[in-house]
Design a protein around this ligand. Structure first.
Ligand code: HEC
Length: 220
């Protein structure tokens, strides 16, 4: 210890010198562990616990993840319902759900559409009679000028088939059946087989239909 340090009294303004600092540090170091290199390993128990958790999550996702398909969620599902889920619900049940989630925003819940923007499905002669009209429109979309029940529209109807949402025959048949049977439309159901046939027939089609193409092949 330097002499100056011994002389230091509380309140003194004499600055510390290098020697003093060394002395103080050596005192401090004596009281503490030397720093050591390396790391302390994660406890084995935690390692197994997290490993197990990750494994369990993987199994859970594989079982309940619905293969990460966006449309697989079934709000009616209850534990133990596996067999019932494998069986397809009636076309009208699935059709109503699909309509609410996909079509209603434009064509409205009551099927009346929006004047000037979205044509009506309720009372539309396009959706009743020949089922090929609605099925083709759903499979590929529709764009350009059309006339529905005396009113003109010129918009874009999205595709729910190949060049769109990629719905299967059952989904297309469901929503077509729902639209044709609702709001006093009173048209018979559309079968999956009918959708499959129209899909095969129009496999070479690219882009959306025009109103002329649809009505040319299937007049009102
Ligand atoms: C983004 C808005 C939008 C969505 C969503 C939509 N449509 Fe359309 N739909 C239109 C437009 C716009 C037209 C008219 C297209 C045109 O002017 O060529 C149309 C036309 C139609 C037609 C033929 C005209 C008529 O009124 O009968 C049918 C049938 C139809 N849509 C059914 C559906 C069904 C079923 C769904 C759901 C699966 C659906 N649409 C979803 C906008 C939409």
């Amino acid at each position: 210890m330097s002499d100056k340090m011994k002389e230091r009294l509380p309140g003194d303004s004499v600055p510390y010198e290098d020697d003093d600092i060394h002395v103080i540090h050596s005192q401090l170091l004596r009281e503490k562990d030397e720093p050591s290199e390396g790391f302390s390993p994660v406890p084995m128990l935690l390692l197994f616990l997290f490993g197990g958790l990750v494994f369990w999550s993987g199994v859970y996702l594989a079982n309940y993840g619905g293969e990460f398909k966006w449309d697989v969620y079934d709000p009616e599902w209850k534990p133990g319902m596996t067999a019932a889920v494998a069986e397809k619900p009636p076309l009208m049940v699935t059709g109503e759900r699909l309509f609410k989630n996909n079509c209603q925003a434009c064509h409205q819940a009551n099927g009346a559409g929006v004047p000037g923007a979205f044509p009506p499905l309720a009372g539309s002669s396009w959706v009743v009679g020949d089922e090929a009209r609605i099925v083709k429109i759903l499979l590929r979309g529709l764009s350009g000028p059309i006339e529905v029940e005396g009113n003109s529209y010129n918009g874009n109807m999205p595709s729910y088939g190949e060049n769109g949402a990629g719905w299967n025959d059952y989904q297309i048949a469901s929503v077509a059946t729902y639209v044709r049977a609702s709001w006093d439309n009173g048209a018979p159901e559309v079968s999956e087989e009918a959708v499959a046939a129209i899909r095969a027939d129009t496999a070479g089609k690219s882009g959306a239909w025009s109103g002329e193409e649809i009505l040319g092949a299937h007049p009102l």
